[in-house]
Design a protein around this ligand. Sequence first.
Ligand SMILES: NC(=O)c1ccc[n+]([C@@H]2O[C@H](COP(=O)([O-])OP(=O)(O)OC[C@H]3O[C@@H](n4cnc5c(N)ncnc54)[C@H](O)[C@@H]3O)[C@@H](O)[C@H]2O)c1
Length: 327
Amino acid sequence: MAKSMKVVITGGAGYIGSHVLKALAERGYSVLTIDNLSCGHKESVLYGDLAVVDLDDKESLDKIFDSYRPHAVMHFAASIVVPESVKEPLKYYKNNFCNTLNLLDVCVKYKVKNFIFSSSAAVYGIPTKSPVSEDVPLAPINPYGKTKAMVESMLSDLAQAEDFKYISLRYFNVAGADSTGKLGQKKADATHLITLAVKTALGKRPYLEIYGTDYPTKDGTCIRDYIHVEDIAFAHILALEYLIEKGQSDVFNCGYGHGYSVREVVEATKKVSGVDFRVIETHRREGDPPELVADTKKIKKLMGWMPKYDDLNYIIKTALEWERKLS
Ligand SMILES: NC(=O)c1ccc[n+]([C@@H]2O[C@H](COP(=O)([O-])OP(=O)(O)OC[C@H]3O[C@@H](n4cnc5c(N)ncnc54)[C@H](O)[C@@H]3O)[C@@H](O)[C@H]2O)c1
């Protein structure tokens, strides 16, 4: 089945999309990337064709779907920086919501029944329990998280109305790089803690800031669930197989089910890199929940997903090796 399946990957030139693209292609799927290269890089598209198209260009989307006739779509393309979404909300509603609507229009027109969506732990806002499970009411607290929750609602409604099935994967903190060293995160202005920490260790940044040291956590800093990008990639393969076999829409958390504090990540990065880089402790950022950790029972039980890289030092090591390559 995989060999004959054609998958469109929006945002396939970006960090997570490019890893998933590689995982799909290595398993025999045919892949086609749609990316406007606003944040992605064409050299990250290791397999298949790349259509440099913006998702607001409905005419081009129509032409691509008409000629490629995909069996499935994996939708990664989005604007992803939470503080920017607070400053420029309309950019986020347009790119993350309206452009997803364009994509879904074309999916319905060309009868694409299988859709996998990159959702986020940001849909939970400040969860009242941790680990957080998929069934808690969504309460996003910033425009980024709100756009992800809105798309989830739209998908659910569409699946009721059409012959269309979807899986939303709510990623926690994705980090690390491809084990073979071919891919990694390439954003010069990345905001992800592990990327910033390895950049600081390599002297690409003068210091690393810790935002808030007075949270009600074991050491006062925020706790997050860091998941290696290749484990996320494998979750997409399973999600696609699940959709095809079971034909059932669903929502799954993607994390490891345990978290590390910012201080723990900083200490681990110092240890793995061997560099005692400068750290500045500063005020809290608005809207940062003290702890965000996934309850992972559902994805393990229903999809049989088992992480391979649940090791903070390994995640940091792959991120560091990739960042070293970039310099
Ligand atoms: N990185 C994380 O930790 C994380 C966590 C939760 C959810 N997510 C979600 O995962 C997805 C991928 O994130 P990422 O970290 O790989 O981000 P990224 O910025 O590296 O990749 C996004 C890609 O989408 C492309 N893109 C954006 N808008 C587009 C448009 N209008 N038309 C065509 N292409 C467009 C960009 O050029 C880029 O290549 C996003 O939907 C993000 O919200 C990421």
